[in-house]
Design a protein around this ligand. Structure first.
Ligand code: XMP
Length: 515
């Protein structure tokens, strides 16, 4: 027996993966297909509904993607979001126009009439939603009715209840839309009549089956960092291709204090996976000498990782694949969403930082998932709580927490400061309330006074954020006395630091890491 599914048609929205994520969270299996592949859609008893994503283009242009007739021929419920709402309306005889006023960010929509799609959605007849458009549906197709509107979108929600076609101008998939998940839930369960059949156990099974099919009898090296993402990848691979898997752990010398030993212990003893340990601390520092530009740093590190993997894979022979724990936010921030170079945020080492030419084929089973989903998968694979709930740590390590040139002395200072911060977070029960925390070493020295003497030393920056998926984040609101205690401890015990500051910016406008 197969599994019921929803198909999400991607028209290029930044939020398409968030739709898929919300659908998964609700216990339903979904597949994303590109709009150009919709001709291949066939009637299938298990296909219960279609969601049309938003997109960056204008639906008023003749050349931009339209709704393919094949989709209507399936005669199943359709939910169009933003661009999807506009092309659905246009296809069925409605009109769209480019509005004089743009509607970006928060807007309030008012309910006009009841519909199964808005069951339990409106708190008080008015809801706060997230808009991101300039085009609007100006005339709705025959058979549709207006369910809700906003000041700039007369048809913020429309419905044809007979055909089970729904159009929504705003984005129910982003957390800023109050009760957005309820709309998607109504679509899946009340309109498409689906049952919950998707959970981390199925997800693990599916990923294992896919990897087996792709890898066949070839050999794989898995880049292990000791964090939750690469550990989950290693455990999935162990189940998929056990004997052909070798995990490689590179000590870049840019890890946190004592981290390398802990990782070796865990993986050698607990997981019983074939394991290669490469201590390349000196090499990384040598290659980073004189490098100050953040993107160059990332590229130097990414390149060196691959060179080491290539060198050591020769010892194993015939390694075709390199597996790594890339997540969806790593990809979206590493590529240019609009095509313009300026929209690339940074080259995360496990994606953009990799050299263009390399011998391996990449295996990235988690590349469509978010951190919290990977943690649920890890729980399913019996990963220890210590690894599961460890704060994320970036591939380029402390190098991107030391703006400017990275030196051995700076790394050692930072390791000590970070160690104090982490221990205090754990002892004060803050650690698990925070999504990610770290210490950084700023490239400036300032004057201080200690024991009647002048000091001229570095500034340590502390950062702690709350987040759901790393895409957006808020700074954590510590008790003042806690910050004071950390500041005292760091300045008193870490030689080289005479000032501690706390970062109170959110993401956006900042990012979580400094570089
Ligand atoms: P930013 O700084 O982009 O970070 O707001 C978002 C999340 O991604 C982590 N990060 C990385 N992880 N390789 C990784 O594996 C990288 O190159 C990388 N850069 C940032 C960061 O620690 C945060 O959790």
């Amino acid at each position: 027996m197969g599994r019921e599914k929803i198909i999400i048609i991607d028209y290029g929205s930044q939020f398409t993966q968030l739709i898929a994520r919300k659908v998964r969270e609700l216990g339903v299996y979904s597949e994303i297909i590109n709009f150009s592949k919709t001709q291949k859609l066939r009637k299938d008893k298990l296909l219960k509904g279609i969601i049309l994503s938003g997109g960056p283009l204008t639906a008023t242009n003749k050349k931009t993607p339209k709704l393919n007739s094949e989709i209507l021929n399936l005669k199943i419920p359709i939910l169009g979001i933003c661009y999807g709402h506009q092309i659905l309306s246009k296809k069925l005889g409605g009109k769209i126009k480019t509005s004089k006023k743009r509607e970006f960010g928060r807007a309030y929509i008012k309910s006009f009439t009841k519909s199964p799609i808005t069951k339990k959605f409106f708190g008080t007849k008015k809801n706060s939603v997230w808009m991101s458009h300039q085009d609007v549906v100006s005339v709705i197709p025959k058979g549709f009715k207006k369910i809700a509107s906003s000041p700039n979108s007369k048809f913020a929600i429309i419905a044809n209840e007979n055909k089970k076609y729904y159009g929504i101008q705003f984005h129910p998939e982003v957390t800023h839309t109050t009760n957005g998940k309820i709309l998607i839930k109504n679509f899946l369960f009340d309109i498409c009549k689906m049952r919950k059949s998707w959970n981390p156990k199925n997800q693990a099974k599916l990923l294992i089956t896919k990897m087996k099919k792709e890898i066949k009898n070839e050999k794989v090296i898995c880049a292990l960092s000791g964090g939750v993402d690469s550990s989950v990848v290693a455990l999935l691979l162990k189940k998929a291709i056990n004997k052909n898997l070798v995990c490689v752990f590179v000590n870049t010398g840019l890890l946190r204090k004592n981290e390398a030993n802990e990782i070796i212990r865990t993986f050698k003893k607990k997981f019983r996976i074939k394991f290669i340990y490469i201590n390349a601390s000196k090499l990384f520092l040598k290659k980073l000498r004189g490098v100050t530009n953040p993107e160059n740093k990332r590229k130097v590190i990414g390149k060196l990782f691959i060179q080491l993997f290539e060198k050591y894979s020769k010892k194993i022979k015939k390694v075709k694949f390199l597996a790594q724990g890339t997540l969806y936010p790593d990809i979206i921030e590493s590529k240019t969403v609009t095509g313009s170079p300026s929209s690339k945020i940074k080259s995360h080492h496990n994606v953009g930082g990799l050299p263009k030419k390399m011998k391996f084929k990449l295996i990235e089973p988690l590349k469509e998932l978010f951190k919290d989903e990977v943690r649920k998968l890890g729980l399913e694979l019996s990963l220890s709580k210590k690894i599961l709930y460890r704060h994320p740590f970036p591939g380029p390590g402390l190098a991107i927490r030391i703006p400017g040139e990275v030196t051995k002395q700076k790394v050692e200072i930072l390791q000590e400061a970070d160690f104090i911060f982490m221990n205090e977070l754990k002892e004060s029960n803050y650690y698990n309330k925070i999504w990610q925390a770290y210490a950084a070493l700023l490239p400036m020295k300032t004057v201080g006074v200690m024991g009647d003497s002048r000091t001229y030393e570095y500034t340590c920056l502390l950062r702690a954020v709350t987040s759901v998926d790393g895409m957006t984040a808020d700074f954590f609101n510590f008790d003042k006395t806690f910050l004071q205690k950390i500041s005292n401890k760091i300045v008193n015990s870490v030689k080289g630091v005479n000032r501690v500051v706390y970062d109170i910016t959110s993401k956006p406008p900042s990012t979580i890491e400094l570089e």
